[in-house]
Design a protein around this ligand. Sequence first.
Ligand SMILES: [Zn+2]
Length: 329
Amino acid sequence: MSFRGILMFASVLMIISGCTPETNKSSTENKVEEYQPAVPLPEFNADSAFTFLKQQVDFGPRIPGTKAHSQCADWMKSIMLSYGLEVTEQNGMMKTYDGKSFNLRNIISVYRPDLKRRLLLCAHWDTRPFADRDESNNDKPFAGANDGASGIAVLMEIARLIQESKPDIGIDFIFFDLEDYGDADGKVPDSWCLGSQFWSKNLHVAGYSPVYGILLDMVGGKDAIFPKEGTSMRYAPGVVNKVWSLARSLGYTMFVNNVGPETTDDHLYINKIAGIPCIDIVHYEVAKMDYMSCHHRHCDNLSIIDPVVMKIVGHVVMEVIHREAAMKL
Ligand SMILES: [Zn+2]
């Protein structure tokens, strides 16, 4: 995900997007409908999600063109297949900003392809090839425990749980490749999010139009905070507001009502190119105008992961799925 552009536009966007303190909550807080499923939803298992995260990290940094990358893709497919989903892979040769070429591997897992009403759940799985925001060894790779692995881990746990809870709504899980191989200097346009750009131009089903999408990025870090991300507010404010209201009604105050700046993440292209409303749940510290403190640094490793944060995000998304299935959101 790009960083430099954010700082440049930060002050302007603070004004445009109305970065407001928490006192102004009544205007954005939606009424959350009563919803009691016939059978209680299965509990999101933090240990299981952590195991999914650790397995990805154990492969090594999932850098395009490496053995760890290819092993991780095969493993993710096998897990999603084992949960009874229809799994396909989208490939294409992608050119990165530094002139290299890689075979893209977007992993697409489909639940209930027969249903018309659908949700898109997505995250990126690749690791940035260098910790270029670090003070030292900034040409060396990092583990990508939070940036990359956490979003995939939460989605894998959800895929496991819906085998049991069987929501009456179709779900498409998309694990995007080549999100994080962008030009940090911002000189090459559209150099980030190559996997989601490709998918947005080549939808896995012709005319695909889910109700909306939710992207997860950096959803496992200690002391996470999730402001309403600016690009999501530009394209899909209604979705953001209802998901945040739901999260807060569940007691999860880390979903704050502050609006952050517009960031470049996979959801930008899903909105812009595919025309699908898609929001981003991403750890961003509005007070510092920056992502989590280990963003693209060597400290993005297992030591900063708090499985409870993944559990909170996973619980919110599980509630969203089942409420949308019951038309109660
Ligand atoms: Zn990143």
